[in-house]
Ligand binder design. Structure first.
Ligand code: ADP
Ligand code: MG
Length: 293
């Protein structure tokens, strides 16, 4: 309660961080993450990436590798519930490929009840009646139950661009967005309330090695990076309460314009891999997140 109150005073933008555990069999002694405490994550920075040493980054919340899906969702639940009060909510999962974005939003490949991600938990929590997807070329499919929505999400998952490259798995090259519109009635005044929720599993944030991709793939990678930095620019100017918010610099921010800013609530959930090999990407992810918060 107190935490939410503090969050409300801080405004409508929060930034969370989650660290993926090592994969089974990996040596855990080589973690890039030195320490996690309250809202601070401390990274071991090798000299190659600036001043060698330990760099702390601060967020509204940091989840360590042992955090469960339930713990993560229960922290986000008040935000999700605010959709029923007519708020627009956007939740973004950001991070390099393999850092756990899809795990947080959807879950692992083999889903169990415990491993269900935010998408499933949020939809079940809202017990929605009404759904609309506001993207050109998208299908508007009427649904009447949470099961219908879950089936739709599975179809969406399969429709994500398929192409393997040296750097990316198939879901890394596209943003995936689940949008839910909720209509409710204020219990005291009887007024109709419209809320919406966008759950966005962003494309991988890693920079491309131009030696490894060329042609269309390179263009696509540059396009993805442009849309991610445009998103960062929008959220950062909202959190600084700038009068000009550059929504029009990418399709992603144009589409979400009505749901970002104003009274809308935004959660940027950045994901971090623990492996030392990827510390460069980890540092740029955390810098991105610090900038938007
Ligand atoms: P991304 O979507 O960012 O590319 P994934 O969500 O696919 O990354 O995660 C990469 C791998 O790590 C997957 O096998 C996933 O199941 C696993 N993983 C990610 N986060 C966690 C976690 N918190 N706990 C256990 N396994 C995880
Ligand atoms: Mg993914």
């Amino acid at each position: 309660k107190l935490y939410n109150l503090v969050q409300d005073l801080k405004g409508n933008i929060r930034v969370y961080c989650r660290v993926r555990p090592f994969m089974p069999g990996q040596p855990t002694s080589l973690s890039t993450v030195e320490n996690i405490e309250e809202g601070t994550i401390t990274i071991r920075v090798p000299s190659k990436y600036g001043k060698e040493g330990h760099k702390p980054f601060m967020f509204n919340k940091v989840f360590g590798p042992s955090a469960t899906q339930e713990e993560v969702f229960s922290d986000m639940q008040p935000l999700v519930r605010s959709v029923l009060d007519g708020y627009n909510v956007c939740i973004f999962a950001y991070g390099q490929t393999g850092s756990g974005k899809t795990f947080t939003m959807s879950g692992p490949k083999e889903l169990t009840e415990e491993s269900l991600g935010v998408n499933y938990r949020a939809l079940a929590d809202l017990n929605n009646s009404h759904n609309g997807i506001n993207v050109p070329e998208a299908n508007l499919v009427p649904v009447s139950s949470t099961d219908d929505v879950i089936q739709l999400m599975d179809v969406g998952q399969m429709n994500r661009a398929v192409s393997s490259t040296a750097m990316n798995d198939r879901s890394s090259r596209s943003h995936s967005c689940v949008t839910v519109h909720v209509q409710g009635r204020d219990r005291t005044s009887g007024a109709i309330l419209h809320g919406s929720m966008h759950l966005v599993d962003l494309a991988g944030s890693e920079r491309v090695d131009k030696s490894e991709v060329t042609g269309d793939r390179l263009k696509e990678a540059q396009h993805i990076n442009k849309s991610l930095s445009a998103l960062g620019d929008v959220i950062s100017s909202l959190s600084q309460k700038n009068s000009h918010v550059p929504y029009r610099n990418s399709k992603l921010t144009q589409l979400l314009q009505d749901s970002l800013g104003g009274s809308a609530k935004t959660l940027m959930f950045v994901h971090v891999s623990p492996e030392a090999e990827t510390v460069g990407e980890t540092i740029s992810t955390l810098k991105f997140a610090e900038r938007v918060g």
